[in-house]
Ligand binder design. Sequence first.
Ligand SMILES: *Cc1c(COP(=O)(O)O)cnc(C)c1O
Length: 361
Amino acid sequence: MARVYNFSAGPSMLPESVLKTAADEMLDYHGSGQSVLEMSHRSAVFDKIIKDAEALLREIMNIPDNYKVLFLQGGGSTQFAMVALNLMNKNNKADYIITGQWAKKAYQEAVRYGDAKAVASSEDKTYSYIPKTDRSMFRDDADYVYICMNNTIYGTVYHELPDTGDIPLVADISSCILSEPIDVSKFGLLFAGAQKNVSGAGVTIVIVREDLIGNAMDITPTMLNYKTHADKDSLFNTPPCYSIYVAKLVFEWIKNEIGGLDKMKELNEKKAKLLYDFLDNSKLFKGTVVAEDRSLMNVPFVTGDKDLDAKFVKEATENGLVNIKGHRSVGGMRASIYNAMPYEGVEKLVEFMKKFEAENK
Ligand SMILES: *Cc1c(COP(=O)(O)O)cnc(C)c1O
């Protein structure tokens, strides 16, 4: 069967060369006579996989030495509690910017552990924009300010970071990690579930400034304490070995085949431009996000007619353009065009949209 173009918001496409390498190495990883799925996480051969993965990520993202890189489990959603338990520890206060459901969930989790405050929100317009903030909106004694950098459901992204002064900035980058260069030194902590741009589901990457580790609340479960994992180089217990291995292959793909994050950004901009330019000129389809906050990764759009949206989704699926139905809170369609979506996939989508528009005037 031919491979489809998968526009899913996550889990999502992986580069074909990565899948082929994983397939080739499935039964015998580098002469070990075992699959990575079977090997001990304490073995020398796995130790090299996890160390190489970390070194590659540090190199690609240019992560400063005073940051730890952790490979954890529990998905992006577990970080909602972990961030609060570990970082809301000096004044028990944190400020949240609510740009969508993921930010709201993080905020609601933080409320359980301290004085979390929603300082700005774009809920009034179905999160179709990034609310403007300035330094005066954040409490001077907040332990951190929290943002969701790319809002997977709504298709907005921070093109410019909020000015938080010297309050550590925490960002959920689950749906934009590795899509473009990012200045890690501007953040106290970054986290991302892997299943959008990094690997299969299972591993969650945390990049955290060292001085923010080691002061978790007393009630913090051992497994939810960053120190537990930082002290053991992510090998306190069995890590999600296979997802880490696939992440390593994806890092190699970015480094060797793409040529780094500047190049990745160029490719992503070219893909997104093709789709946004079409949407801006279409008489049938409309993007749902204000132009200046548009995401490179997730592109929601509608026809304005529910039945026509449903017809589009059905016919797109029949044409090998799958998982393009929008999130129920926005309706319509959403094309997630992560790193591994080839340019040709977006070309096929735009061609199909043109044809659909002509047929449904
Ligand atoms: C997908 C996603 C999550 C949730 O990730 P899980 O791994 O399913 O918990 C959180 N934040 C953002 C921005 C996401 O895109």
